[in-house]
Design a binder for this molecule. Sequence first.
Ligand code: 1PZ
Length: 216
Amino acid sequence: SMTAVEEKFSLTEVLSSFKACLEKENQDVLMDYYISGWKGLVRFMNSLGAIFSFVSKDAVSKIQIMEAFRKSSSGDQYRSLQSMVAYELKAKLVDLNKRAEHSNSGCRTILRLHRALRWLQLFLEKLRTSTENSKTSVLCTEAYNDSLANYHPWIIRKTAMVSFYALPARNTFFEVMNVGSIEDVVTMLGEAMPYVSQVYDITQQLYAQHNLLDLP
Ligand code: 1PZ
């Protein structure tokens, strides 16, 4: 039943999608697992409270854009991030300087999620190495300022900062992850985060190589 599925939800499974992303032989980042990783993160974020719905709404709309590409007649071209970049560039489906007729390309959409993945990486690493007295709002703000904030206009930065104060305390946060004791969470993060980092690094390299890191 639905309830059973909800009960089983744990951050371990979410992060395992990012492990499944990486294709063994050629290190391609597989789109379907990337999307399912993001869907899991959205579910996790929603479980933190309605105040984060402005964040999850944007993530959801980006996930939907990518799902639509995947379901379209050119869906095969979106099998991996690498094939997407090759296809969209070759077919001139990316607005490189100014948003115009291809305002929601796969490349620019994934770039937004990619930047958010950096925030996640920084935040979970801070959480993993935090102590009892650490404040999640502070950890989150630091992670945000070192990543996403650099790409957000003032009004979004302001709203984000305010919402961080609504984050649950460290203990509650660990509980919501549904992994086990704090030690279990720390162990899980230590094992799972290297895969998230690998996905991030490969994507970063791919985008840098094709000069796509500043897509409007
Ligand atoms: C766990 C608590 C959640 C904190 C999340 C920290 C990030 C706050 C970001 C707030 C921004 C949301 C509003 C949307 C902004 C969009 O303008 C930008 C740029 O997209 P464009 O306008 O160019 O189409 N969107 C983004 O930067 C993507 C944001 C995705 C945020 C996902 C957060 C990760 C959730 C993980 C949960 C553990």
